[in-house]
Design a protein around this ligand. Sequence first.
Ligand SMILES: NC(=O)C1=CN([C@@H]2O[C@H](COP(=O)(O)OP(=O)(O)OC[C@H]3O[C@@H](n4cnc5c(N)ncnc54)[C@H](OP(=O)(O)O)[C@@H]3O)[C@@H](O)[C@H]2O)C=CC1
Ligand SMILES: O=C(O)C1=N[C@H](C(=O)O)C[C@H](O)C1
Length: 270
Amino acid sequence: MNQALRIAISGASGRMGRALIARSRSDRRVRVQRAVIDARSELVGHPLQQPATPESLRYSNGWEGAGALDAVIDFSTPVGLGNALDYCLAEGVPLVVGTTGYDAALRDRLTHAAEHIAILQAANFSLGVAVLQRLLRDAARALPEWDLEIIEAHHGRKEDAPSGTAIALGETAAKARGTTLDEQAVYAREGHPGPRKSGEIGFSVIRGGDIVGEHIAMLAGNGERLELAHRATDRGIFARGALEAAVWLPGQPAGHYGIADMLEGRLQGV
Ligand SMILES: NC(=O)C1=CN([C@@H]2O[C@H](COP(=O)(O)OP(=O)(O)OC[C@H]3O[C@@H](n4cnc5c(N)ncnc54)[C@H](OP(=O)(O)O)[C@@H]3O)[C@@H](O)[C@H]2O)C=CC1
Ligand SMILES: O=C(O)C1=N[C@H](C(=O)O)C[C@H](O)C1
């Protein structure tokens, strides 16, 4: 059997970091070798609650001395992602990006870095959302006059809004209609916003409790309505997708990949 891939997880103490470490324990293709968290965290230097490897792994405050790695998976914050990107670029290591809510400057840095290293970025690593993207693309194209609203719901600890997935869905629909999300997005309505403009893509955000992640793309016509919905009930689905990406990516040349590139065969016909 081939040697297990040596991976690092950035954001290892978070909700997704813990889901990734739990899942990696039963995946013999990978071995978590580095668990990076916020340098200010009191957990730095402490062993992981769920040891990822037979030997005890401790939380690290950064990338110094990370040693040889086959891939990095980042589910942290924009700052954590920027640090992981610096490391991957300097060492030529493939990077799987799950973090959302970063600004245009970091997006540009990722785009330029992808000229030198392989980067797979997905706002949502579930298989269902990958299919939802395809369905929405086709529906938005087939129903160009219908009003599109995107509704998302997440747990109360989520930092960014709208979710990365909601924005990615909006981008897909806008592109399918030959326009851009920047031109069509309406992120808030209150007071007297006036009648809806044709082509608008509206976003509504719900935050509460322990909702893992729900997205509805509503296409409203006259006398009928089409709704495409996805509900995640277990973070393990995102962890599974991200680990698949970490196994797939080291075999790819430098470039900027999406989840559809990895799932190519599986999404055919959708
Ligand atoms: N693409 C996808 O499929 C999914 C994407 N996400 C995205 O992943 C990100 C993380 O989500 P979630 O796990 O819920 O968030 P959490 O807040 O639970 O975890 C974030 C983690 O990042 C750590 N962190 C903070 N700053 C740094 C830093 N500078 N370097 C390294 N690590 C750092 C935090 O440490 P500390 O707690 O000490 O601050 C924590 O461990 C979000 O952007 C979220 O939207 C989430 C789910 C699925
Ligand atoms: O923060 C989360 O939890 C999630 N974030 C991602 C997003 O912003 O789209 C994906 C998923 O919905 C969970």
